[in-house]
Design a protein around this ligand. Sequence first.
Ligand code: FE
Length: 230
Amino acid sequence: MTSTKPSPSPSLNHLSRRALPKLGIAGGIVSGVALGGWAGASRGLAQESTPGATPDVDLDLLLPATPAIEDDDEPTLEQTEGPYFTTNTPERTNLREEGVVGTNLTVAGFVVGLDGAPIPSTLIEFWQADGDGVYDNEGYRLRGHQLTDDEGRFILETVTPGLYPGRTRHIHVMVQAPGRDVLTTQLYLPDEPSNDEDNIFDESLRLEIQPEKLEDGSEVGLFTFVLDLS
Ligand code: FE
């Protein structure tokens, strides 16, 4: 079995400008590259090296060779962006930096079309509260973007988001296949008592928690984003 890890794309000029008005942000030019995704993607790729950009975990060991998708799978449900989205996040798959509060959680999976075919080079932006339920609205703690690898896979090394008033534990996500509109949604943990009290919680957005933890004690939650590219 070969080891394939996500590799950052050198360019985002294949991404759609159509997403920009939807996100309410302006595009720009950095190093001669036209930026089509949300502005969060631009700055990270302009940085020469980003700690955590390369995952420590081998995706071949975490994920099946191909994504499992049912014939009747529907596109991943859209959910609200919430008030705490920030642009210009770093490109990275590991959000566990010094000072981040919380227990380790690793999220991994695929981005696929309705036909189950993986979608490489899909831009994914994650942002979330720390284990105490606190967002970093000044900097980029627990925020980052990445591109799916050649097999449409992603991995996020993070911590379990904490609770804050009115919400169950959740991770915010934007997903944009090359040249397509942005899907904005949220991911949830299964068996979370506060899920039932959350107004927008949806069962279809639960992570599939794996029976075994990683060596670092991290819980592993799998999720497949299904995009309607028609
Ligand atoms: Fe939130």
